[in-house]
Design a protein around this ligand. Structure first.
Ligand SMILES: [Fe+2]
Ligand SMILES: [Fe+2]
Length: 472
């Protein structure tokens, strides 16, 4: 297999699609349906304008991103797997040490299909959630970043559809159709996971989504990148390189919102950031509380037999499995989790295998904390006495151990009456959301930015900040 993509074909790929006529025909017949979905449910605006986008052209370290001005419907969505390694073996579970699978073992067919469909469903879902945002983009650079995220989520859909069609026959082709039928927020045909049916109504939510929810994607992809089913592992490895950019969009976007708030506080010597058109730090904290807790739910219940089975059978590992120092089978490994006992949240030791989801959530939380620390550095550098924190994992949860209780952001269990009284302090209120929405104005002059967000220090791919990133 070569790493160079074949751009001579309708569907760019590095999987030698031309040698499999049947698969090629199946994908070619799905292609116009995808384009139709993109036109109808993808970005509502600027489909016919040129956008400065990067396109994957090969999967090696140097050459995978090529920047150019393209119209989004002409974007070269393609199928790219990270390079294959000869003699690769399974790194965890009961098949540890065996050669990785190049085909789907019969007994794992249903489970693998489900994992791929669930992952695949999130990709078009987020494009649908974000489809109206360009109308209120705070700058051309931000609008371009939104479109970059959108086209890459489109490509991630292609990656999962390829696996379904190449390895799951007729069932896979049917699932590929359904990925274009389900629709974010649709009552009758919703997307599979809750967070992907929520609205992304404005840019603060978009940055929060790319920071917190795309980061769930990073950890899910990281766990699937360890899979014994090698085509899935290699698809996810390559998707991770693109995913990193999505989280960067979130982290840097939020850094600039924090910077703007701090600039106002320092320059105007006031805490009343809203008076000067910024988003105040307590409001940002409430948005963090909301998006973090909703995204935590995406990891599923702490105790999960499904997750244990996926692990034991080698379908889905832990994040960076090969770097972990244990037996990679978890038969006798302990792991510490939180649980409710007699109305208190207490630590307890359980079998690591029974709480694989919780371990992934722990890795996720640690990664989120690093972003929060960076935002706090901005606040400290401005000499302001405030710091963000992630809420306790029991706060505002709807799945798992803490779904049936109410807890404060510091992890104290409270009753329903107190929750109803105090939760507006902790979660964005209608007034917060209204205020944030009121700030959203489209700014299309190159180099200009909406007043609620600071400009970035650098542009994209060495271009100046004032570059015409979208040709309007
Ligand atoms: Fe993605
Ligand atoms: Fe993403």
């Amino acid at each position: 297999m070569t790493a160079a993509a074949n751009y001579g074909e309708l569907i760019p790929n590095n999987v030698d699609l031309a040698s499999d006529r049947r698969l090629q025909r199946a994908l070619e017949s799905w292609h116009p349906k995808f384009l139709n979905w993109w036109r109808l449910r993808g970005p509502e605006y600027f489909q016919d304008n040129e956008v400065y986008l990067r396109t994957a052209t090969s999967v090696d370290r140097k050459g995978w991103a090529q920047f150019d001005r393209v119209k989004m419907p002409d974007y070269r969505w393609g199928i790219f797997l990270a390079e294959a390694h000869a003699h690769k073996t399974i790194s965890f579970g009961e098949h540890r040490g065996d050669p990785v699978w190049h085909d789907v073992p019969g007994e794992y067919r249903a489970a693998l299909r489900r994992l791929i469909v669930t992952q695949g469903d999130t990709e078009p879902a987020s494009v649908e959630q974000q489809r109206l945002l360009a109308a209120s983009a705070p700058s051309l650079l931000d609008m371009r970043n939104l479109f970059q995220v959108n086209v890459e989520e489109g490509r991630h859909l292609w990656a999962m559809v390829y696996l379904l069609m190449a390895y799951f026959g007729r069932d896979g082709r049917e699932e590929a159709e359904q990925l274009l039928v389900r629709q974010s927020g649709n009552i009758d045909k919703p997307r599979i996971l809750g967070a992907f049916n929520e609205k992304t109504p404005e840019w603060l939510s978009f940055f929060m989504f790319t920071f917190f929810t795309d980061r769930d994607g990073k950890f899910q992809l990281g766990a699937l990148a360890e899979s014994a089913f090698d085509p899935l592992a290699r698809s996810c490895q390559f998707m991770l390189t693109e995913e990193a950019h999505h989280m960067y969009v979130g982290e840097s976007g939020l850094s600039r919102v924090v910077q703007r708030a701090c600039d106002i506080m320092r320059d105007k010597k006031t805490d009343d950031v809203r008076r000067f058109g910024g988003i105040d730090l307590p409001t940002l904290q409430r948005y963090i509380n909301f998006h973090f807790s909703v995204s935590e739910d995406l990891f599923g219940a702490e105790r999960s037999t499904n997750a244990a089975n996926y692990f034991t059978s080698g379908l889905k590992g832990r994040y960076q499995e090969s770097r972990l120092k244990d037996d990679h089978q978890l038969q006798d490994e302990p792991y510490t989790v939180l649980r409710i006992e007699n109305g208190d949240i207490v630590e307890c030791e359980v079998s690591a295998l029974s709480v694989v989801n919780e371990r992934l959530r722990d890795d996720y939380i640690a990664d989120c904390q690093r972003g929060v620390d960076r935002w706090n550095k901005i606040i400290i550098a401005c000499g302001i006495d405030f710091s963000f924190s992630l809420p306790h994992r029991a706060f505002n949860r709807h799945i798992g151990e803490f779904a049936d209780i109410n807890a404060t952001p510091t992890g104290k269990i409270i009753d329903q009456i107190e929750w109803e009284k105090r939760s507006p302090e902790w979660l964005p209120s209608d007034r917060d959301r209204e205020y944030v929405r009121s700030l959203m104005v489209q700014v299309t002059e190159p180099g200009a930015f909406a007043p609620w967000i600071a400009p970035p220090r650098i542009g994209i791919n060495d271009q100046p900040v004032g570059f015409r990133y979208v040709c309007i």
